[in-house]
Design a protein around this ligand. Structure first.
Ligand code: NAP
Length: 314
């Protein structure tokens, strides 16, 4: 659905930029990245997509000038056995946010995933490539994308991938923790994608929010954008890089065995090659995320460096 809604953001939403996702890794990083922009970060139980009736009143009380939705059901395997929970968080909840945003005339930045693709293209996916999710998580995220775009013409859908940081649950912290307990780790080498640092993604989102605030909404701002770290690797290559950098801080380095997807059966099927082409984000907003390994090295320095490093590992 395309409406011409270009123009300044109305004064009705004079409150802060609302960030959903509570203590999730991206929501946490968004608050840290906000700079001068006023941010209000909320999560469960205050904002719970499983309790949707409370949400319109909550939004009206906050009167946000913009919403950034970083809340999601992100347990890819568990979603296979909890499709209703995943649908409420990834589809119906975001649809509710978008309906409010439309009524208030405010923009919604909604975060989505590379797992909307089946990974068979053999080249980086562009925003116009046809999605074809292989599991419940991807399917509910795709339904959320479509619902958000249909409900609010001032919507930005940002697809990202392989998100990690020094906070929350993610592959990098899982690897570092596993290495403290196990001398050898088996890691899948036949799935490739773009590792994305949550702080880099948060800074990109804040830059987009600042641009919209400064320029007012333009129709070119709306639609789907890919936003992932620059460059790609496999999970095994990601693990190798993690331990290459961690080793310089004296962290334990395990033996890494490269295995195939077939050797590591999971409830959800994952795309073999979900690389994202992020050129559109650069063209429209002048934003390109840093090379993934540069950001990984910085994050490992923060997590493994210094005297209190072990305290930072959950
Ligand atoms: N992590 C990745 O590798 C990855 C990859 C591609 C795309 N993404 C997307 O990036 C975005 C941010 O992900 P993330 O890594 O920050 O995820 P995360 O750390 O798992 O955080 C997700 C947050 O959503 C909240 N949430 C879950 N179900 C909810 C519900 N029913 N109602 C309200 N809040 C709910 C969680 O709350 P609780 O803390 O209470 O559980 C959590 O705080 C998501 O849209 C995700 O789909 C992530």
């Amino acid at each position: 659905m395309v409406h011409d809604v270009s123009g300044p953001i109305p004064a009705t939403g004079g409150g802060p930029i609302l960030v959903t996702g509570g203590a999730g890794q991206l929501a946490t990083c968004l608050e840290r990245a906000a700079g001068d922009l006023p941010i209000r970060r909320i999560g469960r139980p205050e904002l719970d997509f499983d309790a949707p009736r409370a949400i319109p009143g909550l939004l009206a009380a906050i009167a946000p000038r913009m919403i950034i939705n970083a809340a999601a059901y992100t347990a890819v395997d568990k979603a296979e056995s909890e499709p209703d929970e995943a649908d409420r968080a990834n589809h119906l909840g975001p649809k509710l946010l978008a309906a409010y945003a439309c009524a208030a005339g405010i923009p919604l930045i909604h975060v989505s995933t590379d797992y909307v693709f089946d990974g068979t293209k053999g080249a980086p996916y562009g925003e116009d490539d046809a999605p074809c999710p292989t599991g419940v998580y991807g399917a509910t995220k795709l339904a959320g994308e479509r619902a958000v775009m249909a409900a609010n013409p001032r919507s930005i859908v940002l697809r990202t991938s392989w998100v990690y940081s020094d906070v929350g649950r993610n592959f990098m912290l899982t690897m570092l923790n596993a290495a403290r307990r196990m001398p050898k780790l088996r890691v899948v080498a036949d799935q490739i994608g773009n590792p994305t640092n949550a702080h880099d993604l948060a800074h990109a989102i804040i830059k987009i929010a600042a641009t919209i605030t400064r320029e007012g909404w333009r129709s070119s701002h709306g639609g789907v954008f890919h936003a992932a770290g620059t460059g790609f690797t496999s999970w095994h290559g990601f693990a190798e890089a993690i331990f290459r950098h961690a080793a310089s801080h004296g962290a334990p380095v395990p033996e890494l065995e490269a295995i195939g997807t077939a050797d590591w059966p999971t409830p959800a099927r994952r795309p073999a090659d979900s690389r994202l082409d992020c050129d559109r984000l650069d063209r429209v907003f002048g934003v390109r995320l840093p090379p993934w390994e540069t950001s990984l090295a910085r994050t490992i320095d923060a997590v493994c460096g210094g005297e209190s490093a072990s305290a930072r590992l959950p």
